[in-house]
Design a protein around this ligand. Structure first.
Ligand code: AP5
Ligand code: MG
Length: 192
């Protein structure tokens, strides 16, 4: 089971992925977390991507594709994964489909968390006050939103054209209320 969790920055992908994966005993694969870990460890890849992360720009496809594919080959992803923040461009989506097909797998369901822009801003600026993510500042948040609309949203069309279930869920309100909607949507899709 491969579930793609989709949504703008601050829509709650990480929060909801944690809740789903705990219940389903699947790994939570966040490309943002993987890249932040590389940057924090100061690896060659980390040094290359750190300025892009801080600016809210997407990392080049060829860099992130290798990281993601390596992660999907780990034994804990044998029965599936919840992907948070991947794919984020059309080339990433087509390459992911090809990669999964080689092992007889595919994306089963895409879940989109829908949150209005003032709420996204509010959440990310609140987080900036107590955590110190380099990209939680007004300039980088604005860039992340531009990238989301310009390069990431078209990926939804790709999955819709493939006839995959693309489930749109209201991502506003309490975390637990959003989780209830997510569980209901996934159960209703039949694929989960
Ligand atoms: P990534 O780490 O994926 O960041 P993002 O998409 O900008 O989203 P966030 O992690 O900020 O938000 P989220 O949707 O996970 O929400 P969260 O649960 O944290 O990517 C970071 C960067 O890495 C990219 O900009 C790019 O540079 C690079 N990158 C990553 N993947 C890439 C790819 N595939 N290709 C190229 N580059 C890539 O919630 C946000 C906040 O809100 C938290 O404080 C949370 O506690 C709070 N919150 C959550 N839900 C609620 C709720 N219901 N009510 C109130 N508060 C809530
Ligand atoms: Mg996240």
């Amino acid at each position: 089971m491969i579930c793609v969790l989709f949504g703008a920055p601050g829509s709650g992908k990480g929060t909801q992925a944690e809740l789903i994966t705990t219940a389903a005993m699947l790994p939570h694969v966040s490309t943002g977390e993987l890249l932040r870990a590389e940057a924090a460890a100061g690896t060659p890849l980390g040094q290359q991507v750190a300025p892009l992360l801080a600016a809210g720009e997407l990392v080049p496809d060829e860099l992130i594709e290798r990281v993601l594919e390596r992660r999907l080959e780990a034994p804990d992803a044998g029965s599936g994964a919840v992907l948070d923040g991947y794919p984020r461009t059309l080339p990433q989506a087509t390459r992911l489909s090809a990669h999964l097909a080689r092992s007889g797998r595919r994306v089963n369901v895409v879940l989109v968390l829908e949150v209005d822009e003032p709420t996204l801003m509010d959440r990310l600026l609140r987080r900036a006050a107590d955590q110190h993510r380099a990209d939680d500042n007004p300039t980088s948040i604005a860039e992340r939103l531009v990238e989301y609309h310009r390069r990431t949203e078209p990926v939804l069309g790709y999955y819709r054209r493939q006839g995959l279930p693309v489930l749109e869920v209201d991502g506003t309100g309490e975390v637990s209320a959003v989780h209830d909607r997510v569980v209901q949507a996934l159960a209703g899709s039949g694929g989960w």
